[in-house]
Design a protein around this ligand. Structure first.
Ligand SMILES: Cc1ncc(COP(=O)(O)O)c(C=O)c1O
Length: 439
């Protein structure tokens, strides 16, 4: 397999010819893609050529691009309001604290949490899961307990539980994915949701399959056996109308950078009564109520989970990102992304020798595929020569890829600024790649 990849990698440097649209053509011919037409102007990074071709950015599941409104909010914070939060009594510190705490209120509103006290700022989804897993390992998990996750989890929602299982002696079990269509085995839930399950953790939208899991039903089932429930919302928060009270999960997490916000800021939501019972994750400044040489006492949630100087500018940028997304509407974003993904799914399948992963319908805005027996990295490298940004590899779901018998897939993931015109161009390029280099 590897040597075959190496051979192909040598071939791809030879290049190939497909005529690509110019920036103007892409923007002006996207009739029907209203969201894309209305929003592209806000994203400076999209207006450039890569390898001599207009950039087509289809790597949104990895990270989204940032609109000027978010960049401006961050710059404004640093130019006018920057100081450390909470500890100061001077004007700038008050402004910085207001910006940071207002962002917490905005986040609570964004996911319909009951109160801002249920919002913990983290570096991202990964840190949110680590915080939760670490805290639960000290307070909830015992050697005879079971942690139940699914086979389609991102490593961020798998490795922390593997580490905690190792540390506590609890068992870690995986709710199976049925096949490459990417649905969970919901028919046999009773077999998995047993009274020894103390934590059920599940991805809302799979980053490698595009599956939308029925998290409300799954959490209700887990609750019925007495388990705490966590939903990984990294791919859902900015793409889907999320209401944590409706899902009725105990915890939910997402990353700012995937929802047109900055990197280095994310969110862990937790029901207030549960957060108050959990021990802190890290120790340091900001999270203590009082410290003596004999030890500390802690603030209430969420502050007891936020040790050290927080990411103030990140929180301000995140709030601006949420404002931007809500001005468009998450229902509208979801419908837009889904229609692009369904179109891409249908069309890419018609390229000879293409294998597509994930559900055909009721899917989120991303598609995983393999073309003509080629290594995913080769497909992505060749597409890059034409200015198209895809992602190739295991997408941090290595066990799932192994289960499917592949090392990885190529993935196109869409957002509201993408359009059908871009998809048509990328399909043209992919068809040429298959013809020139595929089986
Ligand atoms: C489903 C899912 N969970 C978790 C993560 C981790 O997010 P981050 O790297 O922002 O912490 C990702 C990132 O791709 C993801 O797609």
């Amino acid at each position: 397999m590897e040597s075959r990849h190496d051979d192909r990698s040598r071939q791809i440097t030879t290049g190939f010819d497909v005529r690509m649209n110019t920036v103007d053509e892409i923007v002006s011919t996207s009739a029907g893609d209203t969201l894309s037409l209305e929003t592209r102007k806000d994203f400076p990074v999209l207006h450039q050529e890569i390898n001599g071709h207009q950039l087509i950015y289809f790597d949104n599941a990895a990270t989204s691009q940032k609109p000027s409104q978010v960049l401006d909010a961050i710059q404004h914070y640093y130019q006018h309001d920057n100081a450390n939060v909470h500890r100061g009594i001077h004007e700038l510190s008050n402004r910085a604290t207001l910006g940071y705490e207002s962002a917490r209120e905005r986040t609570a509103e964004f996911i319909n949490a009951n109160s801002a006290q249920e919002i913990i700022f983290t570096r991202g989804t990964t840190e949110a899961v680590n915080l939760l897993a670490s805290s639960l390992s000290q307070s909830v998990l015992k050697p005879d307990d079971t942690i139940l996750i699914t086979e389609m989890e991102h490593h961020s929602n798998m490795v922390p539980w593997q580490m905690v299982a190792e540390r506590t002696g609890a068992s870690l079990k995986y709710l199976p994915v049925k096949d490459t269509q990417g649905a969970l085995d919901l028919e046999h839930l009773d077999k998995w949701m047993t009274p020894d399950v103390k934590i059920f953790s599940c991805v809302h939208i799979s980053n490698s399959l595009g599956t939308i899991n029925p998290v409300k039903q799954l959490c209700a089932k887990a609750r019925s056996v007495g388990a705490l429930t966590f939903v990984d919302g990294a791919q859902s928060a900015g793409h889907y109308p999320v209401d944590v009270q409706d899902i009725d999960c105990d915890f939910y997490a997402f990353s700012g950078h995937k929802i047109v916000g900055p990197t280095g800021i994310g969110v862990l939501y937790g029901k207030r009564n549960i957060l108050e019972q959990l021990p802190p994750y890290q120790g340091g400044g900001e999270m203590i109520s009082e410290v003596g040489y004999d030890g500390p006492s802690f603030k209430k949630a969420p502050h007891k989970f936020e040790a050290g100087t927080p990411n103030m500018s990140g929180a301000v940028g995140l709030a601006a990102a949420m404002d931007y997304i809500d001005a468009i509407g998450r229902k509208e974003i979801f419908e837009h992304d889904r229609s692009l993904a369904e179109y891409f799914y249908r069309e890419v399948k018609s390229i000879p020798g293409t294998q597509v992963y994930g559900p055909e319908q009721n899917r989120a805005g991303l598609v995983s595929f393999l073309i003509g027996g080629m290594h995913s990295h080769d497909v992505v490298t060749l597409a890059d020569q034409k200015g198209i940004a895809l992602r190739g590899g295991h997408h941090c779901t290595q066990p799932l890829m192994k289960k499917f018998g592949v090392t990885g897939t190529a993935r196109a993931s869409f957002y509201f600024y993408n359009n059908r015109q871009e998809i048509d161009r990328s399909l043209e390029v992919l068809a040429h790649i298959q013809k020139r280099f595929g089986d």
